[in-house]
Design a protein around this ligand. Sequence first.
Ligand SMILES: *[C@@H]1O[C@H](CO)[C@@H](O)[C@H](O)[C@H]1NC(C)=O
Ligand SMILES: *[C@@H]1O[C@H](CO)[C@@H](O)[C@H](O)[C@H]1NC(C)=O
Ligand SMILES: *[C@@H]1O[C@H](CO)[C@@H](O)[C@H](O)[C@H]1NC(C)=O
Ligand SMILES: *[C@@H]1O[C@H](CO)[C@@H](O)[C@H](O)[C@H]1NC(C)=O
Ligand SMILES: *[C@@H]1O[C@H](CO)[C@@H](O)[C@H](O)[C@H]1NC(C)=O
Ligand SMILES: *[C@@H]1O[C@H](CO)[C@@H](O)[C@H](O)[C@H]1NC(C)=O
Ligand SMILES: *[C@@H]1O[C@H](CO)[C@@H](O)[C@H](O)[C@H]1NC(C)=O
Ligand SMILES: *[C@@H]1O[C@H](CO)[C@@H](O)[C@H](O)[C@H]1NC(C)=O
Ligand SMILES: *[C@@H]1O[C@H](CO)[C@@H](O)[C@H](O)[C@H]1NC(C)=O
Length: 571
Amino acid sequence: MRSSVLGSRLLFICDAAVALASSGIATASAPLTTTLNITVEDLWNLYIGPVETASINTTVEPTPIPSAELIPPPQLYYPSYLSGAQIPGQGKNESWSLPAGFWWGVSSASYQVEGAVKVDGRGPSLWDAFTHRAMSVADNQTGDVTINEYYMYKQDIQRIAAMGVKAYSFSIAWSRIFPFGNGPINEAGLKHYDDVIETCLQYGVQPQVTMYHWDLPLYIQLSYGGWTNEKIVDDFVAYTRVLLERWGNKVAQWYTFNEPISFCGEYPVPDGYFTRTTDIPDVQQPFWCGHYMLLAAGKTYQLARSMNITVPISIKNNGGYKLPRTSSDEDTEAVQRAWAFNEGWFADPLFLGDYPSRLKNFTSSFLPEFTAEERNMIKGASDYFAHDAYTAAYYMAPDVGIEGCLADANNSLYPKCYNSTYTLPASEGGWLIGPASDPNTRWLHKATEWLPAFLHYIQDTWTPANGIVITEFGMTEPFEAYKTKREDILTDPLRSAYYRDYVQAMLMAIQEGVTLVGCLAWSIADNLEWTAGFTVKFGLQYVNLTTQERYYKASFFELANLFQAYMRDSE
Ligand SMILES: *[C@@H]1O[C@H](CO)[C@@H](O)[C@H](O)[C@H]1NC(C)=O
Ligand SMILES: *[C@@H]1O[C@H](CO)[C@@H](O)[C@H](O)[C@H]1NC(C)=O
Ligand SMILES: *[C@@H]1O[C@H](CO)[C@@H](O)[C@H](O)[C@H]1NC(C)=O
Ligand SMILES: *[C@@H]1O[C@H](CO)[C@@H](O)[C@H](O)[C@H]1NC(C)=O
Ligand SMILES: *[C@@H]1O[C@H](CO)[C@@H](O)[C@H](O)[C@H]1NC(C)=O
Ligand SMILES: *[C@@H]1O[C@H](CO)[C@@H](O)[C@H](O)[C@H]1NC(C)=O
Ligand SMILES: *[C@@H]1O[C@H](CO)[C@@H](O)[C@H](O)[C@H]1NC(C)=O
Ligand SMILES: *[C@@H]1O[C@H](CO)[C@@H](O)[C@H](O)[C@H]1NC(C)=O
Ligand SMILES: *[C@@H]1O[C@H](CO)[C@@H](O)[C@H](O)[C@H]1NC(C)=O
């Protein structure tokens, strides 16, 4: 299908002539404004180059799942809590139950799963540039094809429905809807997601949609610096208006943003490929990004309410539980700084009304104060405390102490001025906080026993009126990418133990009074793990990248059985 956007030539004004300088296009040397007349195809050719295409390039119609594929594996290990978790209803802890209306699901993100990057008028995104040109990605892998979800979604939605999954959380690629981020709308992109949403509804799976999961339209980055420029607020809201008008209450939940801590941490973008489009000092750029993100989220939230859209709208925050490495005052303070510069950065404005004081101490010299109107718009713009809560870590003061770090802008930890680790001090044996995941996801350890404390901390600190949702949790099985036999891959004991212990920790927290209303496991299937490429696997399903065939891993049965055991009968 060809989109009208592809066919027509369009006029774009580029404020910063420098943006295109690296392309070799002649730009006027003196004026700050230049007029460009480029198509989506030109953008691809100038900034990305050739892309791979898939041999499966039409929508795959679902075929029935052979009943043998739905047979759970035998038990893989000796559970610490109770036995028989593989057999629904057996060995259930009668003290535990999931609240009425509780939902569970699996998740994905557009750039990681879709592939078909140039199909139906999609414009290039920041991540096409990162993987092809600007960043070092394991084995030079890209999202050009990945697991071809753009064509496989019907089969994949059927496969999760067959496992009893209640919700599928996916993201929309902004550059499929607005190939340039702003300007002309691409109807073919909208039609694609029409069908993804319809297919979910047809299979009784709630569609939960993230509006922004990092794949910024590249044109917006090149022309004005993306999230470092205030212009993005209006461009984002123009984009989200289109989504809200199209799907509004049809989607079960909206998430405006995924993990702003992570994507704001991409600023400053790497030198070389990107030409500098901003004078903002490097150390400040993430905080400007966060500021505009909050304004864009607040405006989108208010817009949705003005359109009588009543479904929950939240922001997915991220971070692990934080423990002081020692009982020293400095390490205790390091933990407080870590909450402030991670969760608090966004959760404080959203739930309490302003940035945390420890963060403001740094940002107040350059970021404007929120006006009263902005403050009111942002406070309440996340219905749930939506958290990607994978793990836990120990926090401690920098080697030179917190004050020493705060006084030295050259300290590698400045301005956060806390340090972290996964091991206890040598004096306590130097042991890990929990089993390590794959060596290419060093940040991730199985530390599920800290989850109840984590959920209590969130509930007590930010008192979210509608409760908490865990929007991502998951594990990379160590060295899974090196396995060559399918049965070896499908038997994933660490991931299975992680999901079992995680869900039991959730149940314990619920029993203790935490308001947890739902959760989403990462991920529906193996996919492109950003700069780690395909070297690490988060999937509940294995994907053979040669054939694009999917297979359920043992952990998927573990997870499904837990919910079957603890879900109320009526659900
Ligand atoms: C853009 O370029 C095309 C092809 O060169 C041309 O036909 C069209 O008139 C140009 N549009 C503008 C607004 O300059
Ligand atoms: C679709 O894939 C087939 C091979 O499976 C190939 O011959 C054809 O050119 C592809 N079409 C497009 C538009 O990429
Ligand atoms: C059952 O749940 C209760 C309450 O959370 C907990 O104290 C107890 O340890 C659990 N029992 C088992 C065997 O896991
Ligand atoms: C990745 O790309 C670089 C630069 O083109 C090349 O030197 C290298 O051999 C490639 N690595 C792999 C694993 O293909
Ligand atoms: C929203 O609902 C209110 C009250 O029912 C109504 O007055 C208003 O026109 C509706 N607005 C839109 C945009 O549908
Ligand atoms: C910011 O932190 C420094 C160093 O701890 C402290 O001296 C100063 O009083 C703080 N300023 C504000 C405005 O909190
Ligand atoms: C952070 O902690 C590690 C030990 O885990 C240490 O080697 C490193 O020097 C510390 N960094 C700073 C800047 O204090
Ligand atoms: C940081 O390093 C630069 C150059 O390396 C130096 O000029 C500057 O004085 C240092 N700043 C501080 C606060 O030490
Ligand atoms: C993936 O598919 C290819 C082609 O059929 C096959 O050769 C390979 O063994 C499969 N890999 C696994 C791990 O099953």
